[in-house]
Design a binder for this molecule. Structure first.
Ligand code: GLP
Length: 291
């Protein structure tokens, strides 16, 4: 695992977007694993900017999202399909037929999960998986005690996760109780993982995920087993790491990172403004969370 700490959230999102763009340029048929959440919005805005200003080409790219809520149709405002359409798919030249999310309305959810794994395998596996992190350390919706070898399946969302995602729904009790998510094992099979975390509310869980013991209680600790995983942080999200001086030194001194020292051009950065600013709302307990 490599940890890169940038001065602020903008610089962290810039770096993430530039790495994705570099991979896509070197392999136009890239199989890209996608994540949702407020943190990722500014990365997608930058990719859209690069598409518009620099011609970044998504026409042959295939995508697989990490997860989708069970019970929400793709056109529902809170579905992850809707999120992806708004923030990326409808803003670039990707072929929608090449974009995949689990179907949260499938009548046979077990078959849907198996089918999702089959589709990923048919595309030759995921080349680059983007990841955010939940405040309980989940990747996708791999809640505490997700098996480290788990595959795509239905998970029950924890009270903390439902509370964390509640501000995006009209009412907290409308947050679904279940989601289909790639498993931890599915994620570990990706060729390269890129995790982005910014903001003070992620500092404690990032310290556990990066420098803590590997445990199924914190799915993100499984990334310590991945041979090619880069964790990109802003200063505050990295503020509880013990070895941050070492991580800073790597970015400043390793030749592989030199091309990334420059900031993204303002044109590409401002191609599209993220619609929502990352939320910094306190986590509240949802009353019916344990129903
Ligand atoms: C949801 C998604 C996760 C994502 C997390 C972080 O729970 N299922 O994949 O990592 O949100 O969201 P945010 O970036 O808003 O903190």
């Amino acid at each position: 695992m490599e940890v890169i700490i940038r001065p602020n959230a903008d610089a962290a999102a810039d770096l993430m977007a530039r790495i994705i763009a570099k991979e896509l340029r070197s392999n136009p048929r890239l199989v890209l694993g996608l994540a949702t959440g407020c943190t990722m919005e500014s990365v997608y805005a930058r990719l859209v900017g690069m598409h518009r200003e620099e011609g970044l080409d998504f026409s042959c790219c295939r995508t697989f999202n990490l997860d989708e809520y069970v019970g929400l149709p793709g056109n529902h405002h809170n579905s992850y399909r809707h999120y992806m359409n708004q923030h990326l798919f409808l803003q670039v030249n990707i072929d929608l037929k090449n974009t995949h999310l689990p179907d949260g309305l499938a009548t046979d959810l077990v078959a849907e999960c198996a089918n999702y794994e089959r589709l990923i395998a048919e595309c030759g596996g995921i080349d680059l998986q983007l990841l955010g992190i939940g405040q309980n350390g989940h990747l996708g919706f791999n809640e505490p005690l997700s098996a480290l070898r788990s595959r795509t399946r239905v998970k029950i969302l924890s009270p903390m996760t439902r509370a964390q995602n509640a501000p995006l729904f009209p009412k907290p009790d409308q947050v679904p109780h279940r989601a289909i998510t790639m498993g931890v094992g599915t994620i570990l099979d990706c060729r390269r993982c890129l995790l982005l975390a910014t903001g003070e509310e992620k500092a404690a869980i990032i310290a556990k995920a990066v420098e803590g013991h590997i445990t199924s209680m914190v799915s993100a600790t499984a990334l310590q087993l991945h041979p090619e995983c880069t964790v990109i942080l802003d200063e505050v999200a990295g503020s509880q790491l013990k070895e941050s001086d070492y991580y800073h030194w790597i970015f400043e001194n390793q030749p592989e990172w030199e091309p990334f020292h420059e900031a993204l051009s303002p044109l590409a950065k401002n191609g599209v403004q993220a619609k929502h600013q990352p939320k910094k709302q306190p986590v509240e307990v949802i009353s019916d969370a344990l129903e």
